[in-house]
Ligand binder design. Structure first.
Ligand SMILES: [Cu+2]
Length: 248
């Protein structure tokens, strides 16, 4: 146990699962009959967060105007109520067997107001990534994967869309814009659908899990990786908290 970053609190509750095999359309739901396990994850920051840095967008008049009234703030550490840590990627690192087909529904990465939205993306390997430019200015999207092929696309026109696929699973890699150095996003690709990005409440729900013992990881771009091991029985719901100490 001491190997793991056990700052976490495990709360176990046997719950009659609302996730039968007839619910949901994910690959997990269709390929893991007899599963229906669920892990409710909360990611929190126990210490203080750095003051959000103002991002200088003046290099591009459009971007400057987009943030004229309220300055653009750094997305690196975003904290919600009660220390909820936003944009942490939570995923099953180990313990999933079987194969899961990638949904053909694309994940959209928008370039809007000279910001990538969402800031952190989890998607299945092979799932289409739709890249959208909502701005009437040039963006040049440039992902930097190590395992998957990278690309570098200029998108000069508002409304322009491009679709790309990362065919292999890969830990979170950086996405940058070659025109606007402050633009930053991360993408991770998975061989299964058991992942999620923490929302404004710091929560992620991993649903339709097969019964088993899993190595669960949380990844945050500044505060790094934490790991826990957790077992889920068929139809069981468990709660897990990842706690980061934070700091500047
Ligand atoms: Cu850009």
């Amino acid at each position: 146990m001491t190997r793991w970053s056990v700052l976490a609190v495990f709360t176990t509750a046997a719950v009659i699962s609302a996730y039968g095999t007839s619910v949901g359309t994910t690959a997990a739901a269709t390929q893991a009959p007899g599963g229906g396990g669920r892990i409710m994850v909360k990611v929190v920051l126990s210490g203080s967060a750095p003051a959000p840095a103002k991002v200088q967008t003046g290099a591009d008049p459009f971007c400057a105007k987009a943030h004229q009234t309220a300055p653009l703030l750094s997305q690196v550490v975003q904290v919600g109520a009660d220390g909820a840590l936003v944009d942490a990627l939570v995923f099953v690192k180990d313990g999933v067997t079987g194969t899961y087909s990638a949904p053909q529904t694309p994940v959209t990465l928008d370039q809007r107001g000279c910001v990538y939205t969402p800031h952190v993306i989890g998607m299945m390997a092979g799932q289409p990534l739709q890249i959208l430019n909502s701005d009437p200015t040039l963006h040049n999207i440039h992902p930097l994967p190590a395992i998957n092929p990278g690309f570098n696309i200029g998108m000069p026109i508002q409304g322009m869309k491009q679709t790309r696929v990362f065919p292999k699973p890969e830990p979170a890699f950086h996405v940058k814009c070659d025109v606007h150095p402050w633009m930053s996003a991360y993408i991770a690709t998975f061989a299964h659908p058991f992942f999620g990005v923490s929302n404004a409440q710091g929560t992620v729900e991993l649903a339709n899990l097969p019964a088993g013992t899993f190595q669960l990881q949380a990844w945050h771009e500044k505060y790094g990786v934490q790991t826990q091991t957790i077992s889920v029985a068929a139809g069981e719901t468990k709660q897990v908290t990842f706690t980061y100490k934070g700091g500047v």
